[in-house]
Write a protein that binds this ligand. Structure first.
Ligand code: ATP
Ligand code: MG
Length: 243
């Protein structure tokens, strides 16, 4: 048991969730490494939602509310950390939820689907086809889901896949604590925040944006600004740490 008064309680709980999910075959072993990279960047960002990340989260809500066919793509790490948060976001946006894995096996798809359903997510099902311009199983997705969506949230994503979705003309929102990653640089909108802090903020914003605010937020999307703000935040924290 992790003591609740531990200064890094939340981070340790998340790490334990990833470890448990890896033992159950929900998170791939490679996903444990990805989580570690996220933890390191969260440490540098100060384990908090920055002002610019909060604006990115509001902007993500605007994109969801303005979408005709929004989709949330879920992988093992996202399901292990944020299944409940995804259920709430789905209710607020009406988005379809599709399981899409980098290290794909049918068994993992089934385990992740059950975990999501246990937390109240409605998971899109059907025949997976090779529809994305990528080699091997990474191309697999559902025609009625990712293939035909206009707006897609791909948290904790791989750079190639993010880029393929952008090339298909989709509006791609990612959540990635590393502002230097290929994913962060390629997406239409990057939220540099920890996934379990980011998703509830998007859900909350969905409940209070009016149509003028939605238009204004979408008009002023500047992903470079969000990435530069995150890098500046990290640089400021590193400089302060040396004082
Ligand atoms: P690239 O985008 O450059 O191709 P990658 O996708 O290969 O990099 P991964 O480590 O596979 O790199 O991707 C996972 C990304 O998700 C990392 O950039 C990591 O910082 C981020 N990440 C991991 N855990 C979390 C989390 N809990 N919340 C937000 N971001 C996270
Ligand atoms: Mg990435």
């Amino acid at each position: 048991m992790i003591p609740e008064d531990h200064p890094r309680y939340r981070s340790l709980v998340m790490r334990e969730r990833i470890a448990d999910a890896a033992l159950k075959g929900i998170v791939a072993m490679e996903g444990v490494g990805s989580h570690g990279r996220g933890e390191a960047f969260d440490y540098l960002i100060g384990e908090k939602t920055t002002e610019s990340a909060l604006l990115a989260e509001k902007t993500a809500a605007a994109l969801f509310l303005n979408a005709k066919k929004p989709v949330i793509s879920v992988n093992g790490n996202t399901a292990a950390l944020a299944a409940k948060e995804i259920a709430d976001l789905q209710k607020a946006t009406g988005a379809a939820v599709e399981v899409n894995l980098f290290h794909r096996t049918e068994e993992r798809v089934e385990k992740i689907t059950s975990l999501l359903e246990d937390e109240g997510v409605t998971v899109l099902k059907g025949e997976f086809e090779r529809l994305l311009p990528l080699s091997h199983d990474r191309a697999l997705c559902l025609r009625e889901g990712i293939y035909s969506c206009d707006v897609i949230l791909v948290p904790l994503e791989d750079g190639d896949r993010c880029s393929a979705l952008v090339d298909m003309g989709k509006t791609v929102i990612t959540i990635d604590l590393n502002p230097l990653s290929r994913t962060a640089k390629t997406a239409t909108l990057t939220i540099v925040d920890e996934i379990t802090r980011a998703i509830p903020n998007i859900t909350e914003a969905c409940g209070r944006l009016d149509s003028d605010e939605i238009k204004k937020l979408i008009r002023s999307i500047d992903n470079k600004y969000f990435l530069n703000s995150a890098v500046n935040e990290i640089m400021g924290n590193l400089t302060n740490a040396m004082d």
